[in-house]
Design a protein around this ligand. Sequence first.
Ligand SMILES: Cc1cc2nc3c(=O)[nH]c(=O)nc-3n(C[C@H](O)[C@H](O)[C@H](O)COP(=O)(O)O)c2cc1C
Length: 198
Amino acid sequence: MHVYVLFAHPSHQSFTCEVLDEFIRGLRDAGHTFELGDLYAMGFQTDMDLKQYKREIGLDTTVPVPDDVKAEQDKIDKSDALVFVYPVWWSDCPAKLKGWFDRVLSYGYAYVYEKEGAHATSEIDISKALVICSAGHTVEHLEETGIAESMRRVMLNDRLLGVGVKDAKMEILGGMVGGGAAVRAQNLARAYELGKEF
Ligand SMILES: Cc1cc2nc3c(=O)[nH]c(=O)nc-3n(C[C@H](O)[C@H](O)[C@H](O)COP(=O)(O)O)c2cc1C
């Protein structure tokens, strides 16, 4: 498979970057090819400007999407799968990645209303997506409080399955605040495994 791997963290010294490295090592060992989209390193524009906002709210496909948005859509079109690697910040992805969804999942590409009242269709042809996020809280805590479920609903059901991705899963690598060396090692081993089994 050819995989577009999106990474959203400002630091290459972070634990999340180690997760990315281990995942990619696994992906390589499994024989997959990939392209890395390091959103901070790319300086990806997070905010939707007024021109694109008017296009999106007006469902106006006669207005072209910005060049950087088109470039991201081309990367998606060249891929069979998408992977997102990021830290959980305030129970969601960093704003850098949220801005990627806001702008790249544009009208006419990620969704089109063919008929009034009918379900939207999509141009996106991705067979699977995997969301890997590191978290300070333990997975148990995030499950008990319902936050893990809300993250899955928003990220998987709305942003991925909702725009035509055929299969989407989330793996939370939790317990990173105060977890110690054993939790760290266990999470990194899991990151490698996720790449190897992809
Ligand atoms: C601004 C900010 C917000 C955070 N919010 C959450 C949160 O809502 N839930 C959680 O479990 N961890 C939260 N964390 C902890 C990170 O998810 C955790 O430290 C993660 O493993 C990232 O480590 P890294 O920055 O070394 O990659 C937050 C961290 C920061 C910096």
